[in-house]
Design a protein around this ligand. Sequence first.
Ligand code: PAF
Length: 277
Amino acid sequence: MAAYSSEAASKGRGLTFVPTMGGLHEGHLKLTQEGRRLSADGDLLVVSIFLNPTQFGPSEDFSKYPKNDKEDLAKLEEAGVDLVFMPTVTDIYPKGFKTYVEVEGLSDKLCGQSRPGHFRGVATVVARLFGIVKPRRAVFGLKDYQQFVIIKKMTEDLMLGLDIFGFKTVREADGLAMSSRNAYLTEKERAVAGLLSKALLAGEKIFRRGSTSAKEILLGAEKIIEKESLVMVDYLKLCDPSSLEDLSVVTDRAVLLIAVRIGKARLIDNCILERRP
Ligand code: PAF
């Protein structure tokens, strides 16, 4: 991978990078399309597949995470990706590896509360992948909104010298955000999972009607899911889109975020609220 990157650089070709953990779905494929669209002529599109152990807690789904390299590779070939980087755990964490990246103040909120150490693992692996791939730009999905904010901040703070792009969540027909973890849902659970995006839409509607009160917006969203016994809410919050601090009033922009458990799946979603001109 490093040799490929140096050779491309020597020919003036930049790399556009889409990091993934595999279990690829339409959302990932949309990111590769966006990556291609962003790239200058002659730039190369690289996707990594690496199931990163350091971002999973001891009781999380690392060993059960959907994995199908053969299918993933066929999808990426079909999508016209130039190179797929599939490092091993020892490529990424060789013996003696000692450096971990912590983005303070952003990593311990929201998902960081119920998944301690998760974003330390994400920031570390992404920094390490950036160091190997040396991309000109990297592309992430906005479904993982907190992850996106953390990676953007890390890239700025450490002056990693690449541009970070975030793209809109791809959804199923009932609004459920595409996620590799949707595969854990039983038929019954899948039938109620669309409520996540419906709750966000209800909150957004209240904002669109002119309310700027976090209390009102959150209450509107809560009403949609509170009666569904299969859905256990981890958090439902209205936050500043950059600092992820709780907001009580929306002035300009805000992000409405939700995390729930449905059966064995922990699902997240979000929506940006902003005043249209
Ligand atoms: O979003 C993901 O799939 C992962 O968190 C990432 C960014 C590939 C790091 O392992």
